[in-house]
Design a protein around this ligand. Structure first.
Ligand code: NAD
Ligand code: UDP
Length: 325
C-alpha cells in the first residue's frame, strides 16, 4: 500500500509567499524550497546580518522579487494578494544580536506587528520564527512547549529572548482578537550551508576553523549541551506546519544532544585528525543545556528530523569549502 503523502507546500496549489529575512541563512533555504515547488516568493531584508550572495542566488528567477527594507519601519509591499507572510527577520547569532540589541528588540516587536498587519490586510497566514531561547536557561529538560522558561529579562541575551517572547505574545493576540491564521515555531540550534562565516555560532566557527586548520574555540569547559538540527529538516517541518490548522507553538529541533566538547571531537573525527582546542571564557548567561521535546511536531505533522549531526556537518563543510575556500 502506498503511504498517504503528508500535506506540505510541495503538494499545495501555487502560493504567493512574502519572507522577511530572506537574505539570511534560514530565509534563503525557504526561498529555495518554495521556488522549486512552483510558488512565488517576495524576499525582504535589510542585510543587518544577512548576505547579498543569498539574494543573488535567486535574483534571476522569474518568480522571485526582492525588496530591500527594514521591516521594523514597515513592509513596503504593494503587489498582488499574499497567501503567507513569514517573519524570519532578526539577527539570530548571539554576537550579532548583542551587537544590535535595539534593532533586535525592534524587529521582534515592530517588525512582527508590521508582518501581522500585512497578513491581516491580505487575509494571509502569518508564520513566526521564534526560538528555543524563549526557554532561557531551562530548569525543565528536555523542553516541551508547555514549559514557560527561565529568562533573565535584563541580561545580555534578553534583547533576543524577550523580543521573541513578545513576538509570540502579539502573534497570539492577533490570532485571538483579529482572527489572523497564525503559526509559531520554536527553532532549536539549526545549521547548514550559507550561514555567514563570521556569524559566531558554534557550528559556523567549528566548520570554518577546521577548514582553515585552526584550533576549535570551546567556550567555558565545554560541558554545556545543545541539540543541532540540519536545515533541510527544519524547512520540511515549516512546510508541513503551513498546511495544518494549529496555532500553538511547535518545537522544531533535533533531540540528539551533545556537549560542546563532544561536538569538537566529532569535528576532529570528520577531519580524520585531532584538532587542537582553545578554551575561551564562557559568555554571560550561556544556557547550560538545551534539547527539544518534539512530541507535538511528531503528532501533528508526522515530522521527525532525518539528518544526523555527522552527515549534516559533513554536507555543511563540503558546501562551505566549495563556496568560500
Ligand atoms: P540570519 O541572521 O542568517 O538571518 C536573519 C535575516 O534577517 C538576515 O538576513 C538579516 O539581515 C535579516 N533582518 C534582521 N533584521 C531585519 C530587519 N529589521 N529588516 C529586514 N531584515 C532584517 O539568521 P537565521 O539563522 O537565518 O535566523 C532566521 C530566523 O530564525 C530568525 O528570526 C531567528 O531568530 C530564527 N531562529 C534561528 C535559529 C537558528 O539556529 N538558525 C534558531 C532559533 C531561531
Ligand atoms: N560556543 C563555543 N565555541 C564557539 C561558539 C559557541 O563553545 O566558537 C558555545 C556557546 O558558548 C554555547 C554553544 O556553543 O554554549 C552554542 O552557541 P551558539 O552561539 O551557536 O548558539 P546559542 O545556543 O548559544 O544561541
Amino acid at each position: 500500500m502506498p503511504e498517504t503523502p503528508v500535506p506540505s507546500t510541495a503538494t499545495s496549489d501555487p502560493l504567493r509567499i512574502l519572507i522577511t529575512g530572506s537574505a539570511g541563512f534560514v530565509g534563503s533555504h525557504l526561498v529555495e524550497r518554495f521556488l522549486n515547488e512552483g510558488h512565488t516568493v517576495i524576499g525582504v531584508d535589510n542585510y543587518i546580518s544577512g548576505q547579498v550572495s543569498n539574494t543573488d542566488l535567486f535574483s534571476d528567477h522569474p518568480r522571485f522579487t526582492f525588496i530591500e527594507a527594514d521591516v521594523s519601519h514597515g513592509i513596503p509591499y504593494t503587489g498582488e494578494k499574499l497567501d503567507w507572510v513569514m517573519h524570519f527577520a532578526s539577527p539570530a547569532s548571539p554576537p550579532h544580536y548583542q551587537q544590535f540589541p535595539v534593532e533586535t528588540l525592534m524587529v521582534g516587536a515592530q517588525g512582527t506587528q508590521n508582518g501581522l498587519e500585512l497578513a491581516h490586510a491580505h487575509g494571509a497566514g502569518f508564520f513566526l520564527a521564534s526560538t528555543s531561547e524563549v526557554y532561557g536557561d531551562p530548569h525543565v529538560h528536555p523542553q516541551p512547549e508547555t514549559y514557560w522558561g527561565n529568562v533573565n529579562p535584563i541580561g545580555v541575551r534578553s534583547c533576543y529572548d524577550e523580543a521573541k517572547r513578545y513576538a509570540e505574545a502579539i502573534t497570539m493576540a492577533y490570532h485571538r482578537s483579529r482572527g489572523v491564521n497564525t503559526r509559531i515555531i520554536r527553532i532549536f540550534n539549526t545549521y547548514g550551508p550559507r550561514m555567514r562565516p563570521d556569524d559566531g555560532r558554534v557550528i559556523t566557527n567549528f566548520v570554518h576553523q577546521a577548514l582553515r586548520g585552526e584550533p576549535l574555540t570551546v567556550y567555558g569547559d565545554g560541558s554545556q549541551t545543545r541539540s543541532f538540527q540540519y536545515i533541510d529538516d527544519l524547512v520540511e517541518g515549516i512546510s508541513r506546519l503551513m498546511m495544518v490548522d494549529y496555532h500553538g507553538p511547535v518545537n522544531l529541533g533535533n533531540p540528539d544532544e551533545f556537549t560542546l566538547l563532544e561536538l569538537a571531537e566529532l569535528i576532529s573525527e570528520l577531519c580524520s585528525r585531532k584538532l587542537a582546542i582553545e578554551n575561551r571564557a564562557l559568555p554571560l548567561d550561556d544556557p547550560r543545556q538545551r534539547k527539544p521535546d518534539i512530541s507535538t511536531a511528531k503528532n501533528i505533522l508526522g515530522w521527525l528530523p532525518l539528518v544526523d549531526v555527522r552527515s549534516g556537518m559533513n554536507k555543511t563543510a563540503i558546501n562551505e569549502k566549495n563556496r568560500i575556500y
